[in-house]
Design a protein around this ligand. Structure first.
Ligand SMILES: *[C@@H]1O[C@H](CO)[C@@H](O)[C@H](O)[C@H]1NC(C)=O
Ligand SMILES: *[C@@H]1O[C@H](CO)[C@@H](O)[C@H](O)[C@H]1NC(C)=O
Ligand SMILES: *[C@@H]1O[C@H](CO)[C@@H](O)[C@H](O)[C@H]1NC(C)=O
Ligand SMILES: *[C@@H]1O[C@H](CO)[C@@H](O)[C@H](O)[C@H]1NC(C)=O
Ligand SMILES: *[C@@H]1O[C@H](CO)[C@@H](O)[C@H](O)[C@H]1NC(C)=O
Ligand SMILES: *[C@@H]1O[C@H](CO)[C@@H](O)[C@H](O)[C@H]1NC(C)=O
Ligand SMILES: *[C@@H]1O[C@H](CO)[C@@H](O)[C@H](O)[C@H]1NC(C)=O
Ligand SMILES: *[C@@H]1O[C@H](CO)[C@@H](O)[C@H](O)[C@H]1NC(C)=O
Ligand SMILES: *[C@@H]1O[C@H](CO)[C@@H](O)[C@H](O)[C@H]1NC(C)=O
Ligand SMILES: *[C@@H]1O[C@H](CO)[C@@H](O)[C@H](O)[C@H]1NC(C)=O
Ligand SMILES: *[C@@H]1O[C@H](CO)[C@@H](O)[C@H](O)[C@H]1NC(C)=O
Length: 645
């Protein structure tokens, strides 16, 4: 049977076997990309470069080496603004992508094997090409390459760790080849090759998809989302994926689909197959469901909760802050469809995506089959129970600084009465603004202006400019538009130490529970001593960052609220403040006032804030020199600050 199939395959798709004999034999993973056909498609374009063409091509992977290739992934570097419309036996890896995929922006696409993702060696299978080879038929649209010219990818390689690929062979007969051999310098993978599972990987977020029990038509999956990044945070996380085999979610505990909708089942194949099932009791039949966490008060709900680590309203904190709040778990009952009605026939969903409000962007890889997870036995016995099958999805941050940012920093110092405020439009401006200038640099502020909303600062700024003989621009600069701003105030600078005061303002409508911040100080960090009213520690694994969070009971920054007398007083931001002290011992050449005392990066809840481009400068090199010890000076400064704010 397999020989017949192979011959069929060869005669149908490999148009020119002689090409293969021309190249050197590849005794490893061999990749080939063959352009099979193409033709012009409407609309007709006057510009030849913008004319669209259909293309059909075949990507072939052959395991001509000795070991097993697990979870193959291949990068195809398309170069003619290709739009991929379908791919057989493969899925596109990426941010919840589904066909058609516009690959022109990313310069290419990573394809992963689906439903079969492992390629066995010829030795193991007696040369059975069905098990050694993956053939992906690609259909898409490209621009500007008219037949008989042939659009071929610029690059082609195996993405799996530990392989080195040759450069694509020069195109001949509409075809290009690559041979990928094991990198002799790669970490030992020989042991992994021997077993059918990949090793677990590390990343910013790890999601485990553990099938904990399996029946013919349904299985129970436990999904565990763990945050591993020391500064990563998600609020109201939303998780989504694509079902690949028409599965649907019958029930769930510990989380919930954002929409309860079984109509696709009732009107679809599922309704036909599960004739006796009451679909009003099922949860979700979307091909791409969105899962959200349950609120806190469902923790002990016997119907929905009672899953350890569930029900925290979608908050995932850094593990160093609270390991029990860095994990979310939920269980779901998944119903399968023919032809997969076999308890060993399990297919993880693909194209995972996780996001949250005030969260960095994450990009997830494909689910990778790993050794079955072991769970502590729920009945309290010392033996562990083992999952039926486990897959791991790794999601890495793509950017910690969202565009535009969501928080900003202002700088001030004891030697300069002006505050360098947050930059104009630091967190974005709507383009239609005409009453303010989006390009004029922000105006220096008097210290009391920091405490009132931007809209109510105008008179204070005007008075301050007049007192300092400065001319106001005709059109005033726009606001920073940030929901959170952080003032870093250089409070004192002595011979042997210095202090800073950090104030966090919440100008938004929601409070922050379990907030945290991080401050990056390159040169002066070695002298970090003490934080007075926050819990401040050195960030694990970093030598230049302080991690700050609220002390127990003060881990909450309230939302902006009305002033005492709303008719007369401006609104009041939520606020938290602390003094941080440093020594200068054993840091020669430290110049706190000229920059070393100001952070180069500041994070709030894991997101990098906008930092102003200038520092407050000292007028005449005045340096505060105080005779008594720095500790008592700090106390005096703290009294001062209580008066000020
Ligand atoms: C594909 O993406 C590119 C850039 O990302 C864009 O310029 C182009 O218009 C897109 N094409 C289609 C058909 O959406
Ligand atoms: C290469 O592809 C073109 C169409 O794009 C086709 O006309 C031609 O016959 C192909 N050549 C070979 C050798 O297959
Ligand atoms: C995620 O990042 C880790 C290291 O930080 C890296 O080893 C891994 O390959 C990355 N995974 C993906 C899917 O980008
Ligand atoms: C749930 O039950 C546990 C143990 O009985 C208790 O400690 C916890 O406070 C309860 N949680 C909620 C939200 O009621
Ligand atoms: C949970 O989230 C909802 C909005 O989705 C919010 O209204 C509620 O206050 C949150 N509860 C807690 C305890 O944070
Ligand atoms: C401060 O935070 C660290 C790390 O999260 C924690 O281990 C420590 O107990 C906290 N200290 C106080 C006083 O809360
Ligand atoms: C289920 O799958 C296994 C392995 O793929 C196969 O041996 C078995 O015959 C199948 N069972 C049924 C009922 O189809
Ligand atoms: C998260 O992703 C979902 C779709 O997967 C989208 O509807 C939602 O708006 C996103 N949330 C945020 C905060 O970006
Ligand atoms: C901090 O660590 C980085 C490398 O991780 C190193 O280059 C740098 O010199 C270190 N800085 C200090 C002040 O130790
Ligand atoms: C502050 O500014 C807002 C918005 O411009 C305005 O509605 C409010 O009256 C101002 N409050 C005071 C006390 O000036
Ligand atoms: C205070 O600092 C600002 C910003 O660097 C600067 O423009 C101003 O001249 C300084 N004021 C004095 C009195 O030095």
């Amino acid at each position: 049977m397999s020989i017949v199939f192979t011959i069929f395959v060869l005669s149908t798709f490999i148009s020119l076997p002689k090409t293969i004999s021309q190249t050197q034999p590849c005794n490893a993973i061999s990749l080939s990309y063959i352009h099979n056909s193409g033709y012009q498609i409407p609309p007709a374009s006057a510009t030849p470069a913008d004319q669209a063409y259909n293309f059909q091509s075949t990507l072939t992977l052959t395991n001509a080496g000795t070991g097993l290739l697990n979870s193959w992934r291949v990068f195809v570097g398309f170069q003619h603004r290709e739009i991929l419309v379908s791919a057989s036996n493969a899925v596109v890896v990426g941010d919840g992508v589904s066909f058609p995929v516009n690959v022109s922006g990313s310069g290419g696409v990573v394809l992963a094997g689906f439903p079969v993702s492992d390629l066995k060696s010829g030795i193991e299978t007696a040369g059975d090409f069905n098990q050694m080879q993956a053939r992906v038929q690609l259909v898409g649209t490209q621009f500007g390459v008219a037949p008989p010219s042939v659009p071929l990818p610029a690059s082609l390689y195996l993405v799996n760790d530990g392989y080195l690929c040759s450069t694509p062979s020069s195109p001949a007969n509409n075809e290009t080849h690559v041979c990928c051999e094991r990198d002799p310098n790669a970490l030992p993978i020989t042991t992994v090759e021997a077993e059918p599972f990949e090793t677990r990987q590390e990343g910013d977020i790890s999601i485990m998809y553990d099938v904990v029990s399996s029946q013919e038509t349904e299985y129970m999956a436990q999904v565990t989302i763990s945050n591993h990044n020391t500064l990563g945070r998600l609020d109201y996380w939303q998780l989504s994926w694509d079902w690949m085999r028409d599965e649907f979610i019958h029930s769930m505990k510990g989380a919930y689909p954002s929409i309860i909708d079984t109509n696709p089942c009732i009107f679809g194949r599922q309704g036909e197959f599960y004739k006796d099932l009451d679909f009003s009791k099922a949860l979700n039949c979307e091909r791409r469901p969105i899962i959200i966490d349950l609120p806190l008060d469902k923790t002990n709900d016997t119907q929905l909760g009672l899953v350890p680590f569930c029900c925290r309203n979608g908050t995932l904190l850094p593990p160093s802050m609270d390991a029990s709040k860095s994990v979310s778990v939920f269980n779901m009952q998944v119903f399968k469809m023919p032809p997969d009605l076999n308890r060993t026939q399990l297919t993880p969903p693909q194209n995972w995506k996780i996001n949250g409000t005030m969260s960095p962007d994450y990009q997830c890889g494909p689910p990778v089959r790993v050794s079955p997870t072991r769970f502590p036995n729920p009945s309290g016995l010392t033996s562990d129970s083992t999952a039926v099958a486990s897959w791991q999805v790794i999601c890495n941050m793509t950017q910690t600084k969202p565009n535009p940012p969501k928080c900003c920093v202002s700088f001030s110092a004891f030697f300069n009465k002006s505050i360098v405020p947050c930059s104009t439009c630091a967190c974005g401006c709507t383009s239609t603004t005409s009453t303010c200038s989006t390009t004029t640099p922000a105006l220096l502020l008097p210290s009391d202006a920091l405490l009132v909303p931007f809209d109510n600062r105008t008179t204070k700024i005007a008075d301050f400019a007049r007192d300092n003989d400065q001319v106001l621009p005709d059109i005033l600069p726009c606001s920073d538009n940030c929901g959170v701003s952080i003032n870093w105030h250089l409070l004192s600078d002595f011979k042997d130490g210095w202090t800073a005061r950090m104030t966090i303002f919440n100008w938004g409508e929601t409070s922050f529970a379990d907030w945290f911040a991080a401050v990056e100080l390159d040169k002066s960090m070695a002298g970090f001593k003490d934080v007075f009213s926050f819990n401040g520690t050195r960030l694990t694994g970093s030598n230049n960052t302080i991690f700050l969070q609220g002390l127990p009971g003060l881990n909450y920054i309230v939302a902006e609220a009305d002033g005492k007398n709303p008719k007369k007083d401006p609104r009041v931001p939520g606020m938290q403040q602390s003094v941080i002290s440093f020594t200068k011992k054993s840091i020669p050449g430290l110049d706190v006032a000229r920059g070393d005392g100001f952070p180069n990066k500041v994070y709030f809840n894991g997101l990098e804030c906008s930092v102003p481009p200038v520092l407050p400068i000292t007028g005449h090199g005045i340096r505060m020199t105080i005779a008594f010890s720095s500790v008592s000076a700090t106390l005096i400064m703290m009294l001062f600050l209580h008066n000020l704010l």
